[in-house]
Design a protein around this ligand. Structure first.
Ligand SMILES: [Zn+2]
Length: 274
């Protein structure tokens, strides 16, 4: 796994908080805020949301060397024609999506049935995606400017989240229609974006670091299957700035990011295609 550049600009100043409001028709502004990223920040969440103090929390720090070793092993297994239950992404070519600011992040809701994610025999539907700046997962202790979370749920309500790091580079054309009108924290609009190129959001056959974790926002529910992709995407400096601008300042002193949590007894593995 490639380490992010040390120069990861202003990583700490920025921010996107990822809210995993699953299946909730969230209004952009809640009447009562019982958590946030400043005075009721991550250090205090466990007081109101006991699960946030659990032993299998997200995000985590990823050890790049351990991932490289696991990748080498995965390749060797493939050469041996040994089939392991892999992962695959199947998103529609395009969809009409809804963008809104839930006061913790910019979230994009996906129409039912437009995207699915498969782990072995188990299929999960894409519900929404959102962003954190700087990234929530770290690689050897280093953060990326942004991290996108694609949230999926299966028929039993179990969650699987794909995390994709954004590095600074070329403008991200797929996300550009969303970035064209990014709603501010106090903006209550739900903005419809037609013909959004959903299938371009993630590779169909990704390779990912996987582990069992949690939602990274209250209630921090556990038993979430995490897949942090080995393949970064790019965004322009301007796109990164546009997002950081919304999730910075007094309300977001460290961005909308939860710090990394102890790994404890968990195993990190590398998962590839079927
Ligand atoms: Zn998130």
């Amino acid at each position: 796994m490639k380490r992010p550049p040390r120069s990861t600009r202003r990583a700490i100043a920025a921010a996107v908080a990822g809210l995993l409001t699953v299946g909730v028709a969230a209004t952009a502004v809640d009447a009562v805020e019982d958590w946030n990223y400043n005075d009721l920040g991550p250090d205090t969440w466990a007081e109101s949301f006991p699960e946030c103090g659990g032993a299998e929390q997200s995000p985590i720090n990823i050890d790049a060397e351990a991932v490289d070793a696991a990748l080498a092993q995965l390749k060797a297994e493939k050469r041996g024609a040994k089939k392991v239950g892999g992962i695959s992404v199947d998103y529609d070519k395009s969809a009409t999506v809804e963008v809104f600011n839930n006061t913790h992040t910019v979230q994009v809701d996906i129409p039912a049935g437009a995207g699915s994610f498969t782990i072995g025999e188990n299929t999960y539907d894409l519900l929404q995606f959102h962003f954190h700046a700087p990234s929530e997962h770290a690689v050897d202790g280093v953060l990326h400017p942004l991290e996108m979370h694609l949230v999926h749920a299966n028929a039993d309500g179990e969650l699987a989240v794909l995390g994709i790091f954004m590095e600074e580079g070329r403008a991200n054309k797929v996300l550009a229609p969303i970035w064209a009108d990014l709603p501010d924290v106090d903006d209550t609009r739900r903005i419809e974006v037609d013909d959004f190129r959903l299938s371009k959001l993630a590779p169909k056959k990704p390779t990912a670091v996987s582990y069992m974790g949690s939602l990274t926002t209250p209630p921090c529910s556990e038993s979430v299957s995490w897949f942090v992709l080995d393949q970064d995407q790019q965004m322009s400096e301007e796109q990164i700035d546009d997002f950081e601008e919304i999730f910075s300042g007094e309300e977001f002193p460290e961005g909308n990011r939860r710090p990394v949590q102890p790994l404890n007894d968990r195993e990190i593995s590398v998962t590839g295609k079927n």
